[in-house]
Structure formats: C-alpha cells, structure tokens
Design a binder for this molecule. Sequence first.
Ligand code: THU
Length: 166
Amino acid sequence: MTEHQIEIAFKEYNTLTELNETDHDLCLEAVKAMEGSHSPYSKFRVGAALRLQSGKIIYGSNQENVAYPSGLCAERVALFYWGANHSDDPIEAMAVTASTDEFEILQPVTSCGSCLQVLAEYEKKQNKPIEIILFCNNGPVWVMNGVDSFLPFLFFEKRLNVEVKG
Ligand code: THU
C-alpha cells in the first residue's frame, strides 16, 4: 500500500486592489455579469467573466429554472458561450463572484465540480491553463493557475477525443 498526498497551490489576496490591473478589471466585469443572473429560486446571484487572449470579455451568470435541474451555473453559461462562439481565441482568465441579499458572503464561491470539469475540457482544447480568480464582496481573493489545482482527479481520457491533443 502506498499513501499519496496532493498539495493544492493557490494565492490569497486580502482585497481586489492587490491584484494586477488586468485581473482587477476582470473582477469588475464579473460583478457586472451578475446583473444578468436569473435566480428567483436561490436568490443567489453568480457572475463569471472570461478574459480572452484578444482582450475580449465574455459574460456569464447563473440561469435558474422552475424545473430546478434545468438551470445552469454562471461559469458554464460563460464557458459554453465561449466554446460555441470564440474557441479560436484562448481563455486567459476567469473571474467569479456572487452576491445575495439573504446573508453575507465572507468567502469566495468555489466553482462546482461540473463547472471545473467543463473548464478542464477547454484548458485541454486550447492547451493553456486558465487562471481562476474567485472573490466576494467582503472576503479574500483566491487565485489559482489552472483547474488541476482544484480538481486533480478530473475525468480525462484522451482516447475518447480525437480533437484534444496531449
Ligand atoms: N452557482 C453558480 O452559478 N456557480 C457556482 O459556482 C455555484 C453555484 C449557482 C447555481 C444556482 O443558480 C445558485 O448558484 C445556487 O446554487
């Protein structure tokens, strides 16, 4: 029997103002993205903003539905839009934030497993890691370089996909 340990590396900043200007600006775009949230059931607004290599920003927000499982997280709304419309322009970074009037959010929202799996697919497709910036109104900012640090055992089987090389 061999026991393994995996370390997860990420950076923590106390405030958004400690980020470099490009990442700080992307966080402001994620705040803007929350305006599109359709969340009458959870009342939890999530915004995601992707910065592409060209400088273009893609917005996503959570879209809920009265048939609950039909809804989708902000991250996947943004990522699938990118996949459908801009996949020739690599994603450099994704900023995610959330807000609610119901309680105070003191820690950044960490993306769910399905969103991380989708992120991983596109990282492999573009062959470049995506910087992930998670923040909230009154808490720290967490920055990870690439989805591997989040989801080390993500599902990947290159023989199932002829398009993704590696
Ligand atoms: N949600 C996201 O949009 N992203 C996440 O990373 C976690 C959860 C949404 C889904 C749902 O609309 C609401 O937040 C409450 O779970």
